[in-house]
Design a protein around this ligand. Structure first.
Ligand SMILES: N[C@@H](CCC(=O)N[C@@H](CS)C(=O)NCC(=O)O)C(=O)O
Length: 219
């Protein structure tokens, strides 16, 4: 049995929607445990015992904690290759892994600098500068992803929804929090709205209860 520790609207959505797709296809149930990130539950001793980094996602596999999205995705894909969460052709799989690594180690941390600048500097002015600089950077990265999803047919790696599509959705939602108006990325917006209608994705979104559009126009 798998148990996923997740945060609302967090990167843990990637394995969350994947576990839904696995449940739909195989009937294998999984458990979820919400970690309230805004209440710093990820800093509680019980959680730190599972993940000393104090971050979601954590996937418990028969009681053993597995951390880091890239590793969790690799594990789920190898355990359930029939779902098509990663391409099966060796070269395509490697390309998908390369994109997953980039999303996780470049795009994602750029947003972290916008959303949690206090993790990177104590000084208020330094934090404001980190936020300003990385907000512009994040927008450029979303534009690059828009270039990719505009070519998706129907999904980034073909006929099956993969981890890459799911990560693209997460990063798009965060754009709203970083002040990127989703209407300025129309192809990306259309892609994410289409993806949100896929039953497994819709089910994970409904459990998390967070809207797709997190953008608030400045007053
Ligand atoms: N490299 C990690 C990143 C995980 C991560 O950034 N998790 C965020 C949510 S998207 C988190 O738990 N943040 C809470 C915190 O850092 O206090 C992974 O791939 O799992």
């Amino acid at each position: 049995m798998h148990k996923l520790y997740y945060g609302i609207g967090a990167c843990s959505f990637v394995p969350h929607a994947a576990l839904e797709a696995i449940r739909e296809a195989t009937g294998e149930a999984y458990e979820t445990q919400l970690v309230k990130l805004h209440k710093n539950e990820q800093g509680a001793p019980d959680f730190l015992a599972l993940n000393p980094n104090g971050q979601v996602p954590v996937l418990l596999v028969d009681g053993r904690p597995l951390t880091q999205i890239v590793a969790i995705c690799d594990y789920l894909d190898r355990k359930y290759p029939q779902i098509g969460l990663m391409p099966t052709d060796p070269w395509q799989r490697t390309e998908a892994m390369s994109l997953l690594a980039w999303m996780n180690n470049s795009v994602h941390p750029t947003f972290t600098h916008v959303f949690m600048p206090f993790k990177f500097a104590d000084d208020a002015e330094a934090q404001a500068e980190l936020k300003r600089y990385n907000t512009a950077n994040y927008r450029r990265l979303l534009e690059r992803i828009q270039g990719m999803v505009a070519l998706a047919d129907p999904w980034l790696f073909g006929s099956k929804v993969s981890f890459l599509d799911l990560y693209a959705l997460v990063l798009f939602r965060w754009g709203g929090l970083a002040g990127v108006d989703p209407d300025t990325l129309p192809q990306y917006k259309a892609f994410v709205e289409r993806l949100a209608r896929v039953p497994a994705v819709a089910a994970a979104l409904a459990r998390e209860g967070a809207p797709l559009n997190m953008y608030k126009k400045a007053a």
